[in-house]
Design a binder for this molecule. Structure first.
Ligand code: MG
Ligand code: MG
Length: 250
């Protein structure tokens, strides 16, 4: 699990090196697919069946720009200065899945967008800190939700984190909202992906015509950060990594 997730982190770092005004999300997808296959892994998003009855997913990454919340299909539209792009990536390596997402800034973004990204990433770590043996899944959602709503942000309800292992999506669902003390109990050996999807305005979303890309209804930007973690020996072990990405941001 760690090897798969570190490879996702390395793939996202390759993308981070390429994100700049003028680059297209199709170009980012190509970088990701090549990196993943060159390293002997399989991109799990490519060909993923569409739960809404549309075409299967066409690419190795989801690239969601500005008001796109999740599941953006890469295209030939160049990124612009001040955009944000959430890049979600999943791979299969030696029978195990990695899944992680990072929201990148394209050039300089506005102060309010920077605060959205900072708060969403903080919320991810608040959720992670909570995921200790004996706690419950609702504790994670509560931690994420209260952190983001305190800043006036919206917490998307329709998409949630998930168990992960030999399949990319396993039980239990891991919502980014919830009540303390509710839901299944967290135990050693559990592997989950925690992935807050946070909006600057209302959390209301809609599905676009491609049956994949999800956008905010009010057109305001959304951020998405995701780590895969293991609960192991009474502690939380973050299996994916933003370390290489964050080096690029310094
Ligand atoms: Mg993901
Ligand atoms: Mg996920």
């Amino acid at each position: 699990m760690r090897a798969a997730n570190l490879m996702v982190g390395a793939t996202l770092a390759e993308i981070g090196k390429a994100v700049r005004p003028g680059v297209t999300t199709s170009q980012l997808d190509k970088i990701a697919e090549e990196y993943i296959r060159d390293n002997g892994a399989v991109p799990t998003f490519k060909g993923f069946p569409n739960p809404c009855g549309g075409e299967s997913f066409p690419a190795s990454i989801c690239a969601s720009v500005n008001d796109e919340v999740v599941h953006g299909a890469p295209d030939d539209h160049p990124l612009q200065e001040g955009d944000i792009v959430s890049v979600d990536c999943g791979i299969l390596l030696n029978g195990y899945n990695g899944d992680s997402c990072y929201t990148f800034s394209v050039g300089e973004t506005s102060e309010e967008v920077r605060l959205l990204l900072k708060t969403t990433k903080e919320a991810l770590y608040k959720g992670i800190e909570t995921a200790l043996p004996g706690r419950r899944i609702g504790d994670i959602g509560f931690a994420v939700q209260t952190h983001c709503e305190a800043q006036g942000y919206g917490v998307v309800r329709e998409f949630v984190g998930h168990g992960i292992g030999q399949k990319m999506h396993e039980d239990p669902p891991v919502p980014n909202y919830g009540r303390r003390g509710c839901g299944i109990q967290i135990k050693n050996g559990l592997c989950i992906a925690i992935e807050p999807m946070i909006t600057m305005g209302s959390p209301k979303i809609y599905m676009t015509e491609d049956r994949w890309t999800v956008k905010t209804r009010d057109g305001k930007p959304a951020a998405h950060f995701e780590h895969t973690i293991a609960i192991h020996q009474g502690k939380v072990d973050i299996l994916s990594s933003f370390e290489e990405i964050e080096k690029l941001e310094k």
